[in-house]
Design a protein around this ligand. Structure first.
Ligand code: ATP
Ligand code: MG
Ligand code: FE
Length: 354
């Protein structure tokens, strides 16, 4: 099927077009530059930027793909989770397009779209989902390990109980005076630092949280990053109290090592104990070089096949929305009704709104 997907859940206005499992175009406009001086995404600014960007992004995506609205088999849009006002812009545009063209509308889950796009990039998309598939989703708003029994049957095995990994990067970068967004700059700076310089805590790894395989503790596959952030703050204070310049590159590298180590270790454990033999890595933090490297290494030694999308498909974009809808249409899913409302906290178990 030929599907156009619209994404507007945060600060990226994305329109992407796929045919079956083939990517035809992927246009992304980001309002990140407008949020930098505030050190975080400001919802009102994001919504207004989506309004300005959506029509040009639609035109550009159609032009690049060389298709007309008439030829589409469906229009897909992120219905949640995300910022309510931001979601509303994409949803309104998608509904308007659906009404004007008479095409079916698919209101989909943003997180499952991060998963679906991993298969698109791997070209195993058309064959249907592999059996025993899992997903590790690491983004600005979420850190989750999922069991994907089918594209409409997604179960959460573990998640962060406080900050998302991307959020931890952003907050730590601010603390280190590195600016916003923190992920890319810490990723870069870490290459000049020693990841073993400081041993930062790996949250929720104590036996009382982990338990055993037979008797799992309350947070066996869960993460917590708030203690890590506090540990980085204490570390910086200690250097300053001694009148020393904090070794920023070493701190960044050690922080990154703590995040990547615990994220991958718990994901591997969840895979092993749930019979997952193929893992998809997705979300904005999946752009991280060290996370990609360590996940690949640990999957290889655990005998797990890893699917990692190219970086341009890891951060928010419209192609991921189109990819999920394309897979759903191939599976015979019914379109959504035109009167659905976006849901800022849509659970991962709802892949497609009725
Ligand atoms: P969600 O998908 O959960 O709704 P989001 O859409 O804000 O959240 P994404 O766009 O998927 O998240 O990812 C943005 C996050 O990814 C930011 O927190 C950013 O710091 C982080 N990030 C981007 N590149 C890197 C990188 N190279 N290393 C680490 N983190 C990164
Ligand atoms: Mg974003
Ligand atoms: Fe996202």
């Amino acid at each position: 099927p030929l599907i156009l997907g619209i994404e507007s859940s945060c600060d990226e206005t994305g329109v992407g077009i796929v045919r079956g499992g083939t990517l035809l175009s992927n246009t992304v406009a980001s309002s990140m530059d407008e949020h930098v001086r505030f050190g975080g995404v400001i919802p009102e600014i994001a919504s207004r930027a989506h309004l300005e960007a959506i029509v040009p992004a639609l035109d550009a995506a159609l032009k690049e793909a060389g298709v007309t609205l008439d030829e589409l088999d469906g229009i897909a849009v992120t219905a949640g989770p995300g910022l309510a006002g931001a979601l509303m812009v994409g949803v309104s545009a998608a509904k308007a397009l659906a009404v004007a063209t008479g095409k079916p509308l698919f209101a989909i889950n943003h997180l499952v779209a991060h998963v679906a796009v991993g298969l698109l990039a791997e070209q195993v998309f058309a064959d249907g989902l592999p059996e025993n598939l899992g997903a590790l989703l690491v983004s600005g708003g979420h850190t989750e390990v999922l069991r994907v029994r089918g594209i409409q049957d997604v179960q959460m095995l573990g998640s962060t109980i406080d900050d998302a990994a991307g959020e931890a990067y952003d907050k730590t970068a601010r603390l280190l005076g590195l600016g916003y967004p923190g992920g890319p700059v810490i990723d870069r700076l870490s290459r000049e630092g020693d990841p073993k310089a400081i041993r930062f805590p790996r949250g929720l790894t104590q036996p009382k949280y982990m338990g055993t395989a037979d008797e799992p503790g309350p947070h066996r596959y869960d993460w917590s990053f708030s203690g890590l952030k506090a540990a980085v703050a204490r570390c910086v204070e200690q250097f300053e109290a001694r009148g020393e310049e904090p070794p920023v590159a070493d701190i960044a590298a050690s922080f990154q090592e703590a995040v990547v180590d615990v994220v991958t270790a718990k994901a591997m454990l969840a895979c092993k104990e749930h019979g997952i033999t193929e893992l998809l890595l997705g979300g904005g933090v999946a752009a991280n070089a060290r996370l990609r490297e360590l996940t690949a290494r640990r999957c290889a030694s655990a005998g797990i096949t890893l699917h990692v999308p190219p970086i341009s498909l890891c951060t928010d974009n419209g192609a991921m929305v189109a990819a999920l809808a394309s897979r759903l249409v191939m599976d015979g899913a019914e379109p959504s009704s035109l009167d659905f409302a976006p849901d800022s906290s849509l659970p991962v178990s709802t892949v497609l709104l009725p």
